[in-house]
Design a protein around this ligand. Structure first.
Ligand SMILES: [Mg+2]
Length: 354
C-alpha cells in the first residue's frame, strides 16, 4: 500500500460553554483533521490539535508542517510506521501535533488493512475504558453544581483545574467533595502554576480530599519533582514535563513521578505513546492518556491505546463533552457516563465526512 495524497482540513469546533484553566479561557477551537488516501482505496483519518502553551505549536504552524509532510510522504508505505516517523523526524524537528495527525491516520489505515479495531491491533482484549471528566476553574458553587451533574451522568472520576487563587481552590475542592460524596475520585491539575514549596503547602491542606496532583511545577522544573513527591501524601503526575520517551526516562530514573500523563499530541502519536508507556511500566510508574481540546478523532485513538494497555490506569479523554457535536464526525466510541465502549469496526472505527 502506498500513500497517494495527504490532505488537511481546518475545522472549527464550538464549546458548549467557556473553559478556564490556569493560563487561558477558551470558547471555540480550531483543529486539523488529516486525511490520508492510498492506492489500495483505503482512507485513514488523524487529528493534529496543538495547544501553543504546551507544545509551542499552533494550528497555523501545524498546517504548514502537515503540508510539508504531505509532499515528503506521498509514495511511502503508511504501514511502515517507524520508517515514517524516522522520515518526519529527520526532515523536521518538533511539530509533534502534526506528526500525531499523520501517525493516527496511518494506524487507522493499518487497522483497516488488517480488518481489526485499533484496540485489538495494539494487543488489547477489551473494548471498554473509564474516563474522568475535567472541570475548569470556576467558583466553588458552579464547580460543585457541575460536579454533581457529571456524577449523575455516571462519571466516577473528576479532575479539577486549580492554580489561580489558593483560597478559591481550597473552597472549590471542599465544595466539590461535599457535593459528590466520598466515593468519587478527585484529582487536581495545577498546570505549572506552583513552586515546589507551594505545592507541598497546598497538598497538605487538600489532604485526603484528593488523590493526585498533576503538573504542579513548571514544565522545565524537573529537578524538584522527587522532592515534592517525597513530601506530599497524594500521587504526583507529570504532564507538560514529558513529551518524549527521553523525558520520561529521565523523570522515572530520578523518582520524579507516580504517574505520567501521555498525550498523543505531545508524543507524535501512538508510536511515541508506546515508548513512553513502556518506559513508565518498566519503572513501575502507571500512565494516563490525556487530551488537548481534540475532537473524537484524536480522542478515539487515545481511547484505543488505553483499552490495549494494562499500565494505563487512567483516561482523561473528555474533550468531546465540551464541544457541540460536529456533523461531519460519526462513530469511534459510545459513552455511558465515564464508561466508553469502542467500536469493533476496523481502525479507529469512525466515519468522517471530509
Ligand atoms: Mg494536564
Amino acid at each position: 500500500m502506498k500513500i497517494t495524497k495527504i490532505e488537511t482540513f481546518r475545522q472549527q469546533v464550538e464549546l458548549t460553554e467557556p473553559f478556564k484553566i490556569s493560563f487561558r479561557t477558551i470558547t471555540a477551537v480550531d483543529t486539523l483533521i488529516v486525511k490520508i488516501s492510498t492506492d489500495a482505496g483505503l482512507v485513514g483519518f488523524g487529528e493534529a490539535s496543538p495547544i501553543e502553551q504546551v507544545t509551542a505549536e499552533s494550528v497555523d504552524t501545524e498546517q504548514v508542517a502537515l503540508d510539508f509532510f504531505a509532499d515528503l510522504l506521498v509514495g511511502s508505505d503508511p504501514c511502515a510506521i517507524e520508517a515514517l516517523h524516522t522520515k518526519m523526524d529527520s526532515a523536521l524537528a518538533g511539530h509533534t501535533a502534526a506528526k500525531a495527525g499523520i501517525d493516527i491516520a496511518c494506524f487507522d489505515l493499518l487497522g483497516k488493512q488488517a480488518g481489526l479495531p485499533l484496540w485489538k491491533l495494539l494487543g488489547g482484549n477489551a473494548n471498554q475504558i473509564v474516563s474522568d471528566v475535567t472541570l475548569g476553574i470556576e467558583s466553588p458553587e458552579k464547580a460543585a453544581q457541575d460536579a454533581k451533574k457529571w456524577v449523575a451522568q455516571g462519571f466516577t472520576e473528576l479532575k479539577l483545574k486549580v492554580g489561580v487563587d489558593d483560597a478559591s481552590d481550597l473552597a472549590t475542592v471542599k465544595a466539590v467533595r461535599e457535593a459528590v460524596g466520598p466515593d468519587i475520585d478527585l484529582r487536581l491539575d495545577a498546570n505549572q502554576a506552583w513552586t515546589a514549596k507551594h505545592t507541598i503547602h497546598m497538598m497538605a491542606q487538600f489532604g485526603d480530599l484528593v488523590s493526585a496532583v498533576e503538573q504542579p511545577l513548571p514544565a522545565d522544573d524537573t529537578r524538584d519533582l522527587a522532592l515534592v513527591r517525597a513530601n506530599i501524601d497524594q500521587q504526583l503526575m507529570v504532564d507538560e514535563s514529558v513529551h518524549s520517551a527521553k523525558d520520561a526516562l529521565k523523570i522515572v530514573a530520578d523518582g520524579g513521578a507516580d504517574l505520567i500523563n501521555i498525550k498523543l499530541q505531545k508524543s507524535s502519536g501512538l508510536w511515541g505513546a508506546e515508548q513512553i508507556n513502556a518506559i513508565a511500566e518498566s519503572a513501575g510508574v502507571n500512565t494516563m492518556l490525556g487530551c488537548m481540546l481534540e475532537t473524537k478523532v484524536g480522542l478515539t485513538a487515545a481511547a484505543h491505546f488505553v483499552a490495549a494497555h494494562k499500565n494505563v490506569h487512567f483516561a482523561d479523554l473528555d474533550g468531546f463533552l465540551t464541544f457541540k457535536a460536529p456533523a461531519w464526525l460519526h462513530g469511534g466510541f459510545e459513552n455511558d457516563g465515564g464508561v466508553f465502549t469502542l467500536s469493533d469496526e476496523p481502525g479507529l472505527g469512525m466515519t468522517i465526512d471530509l
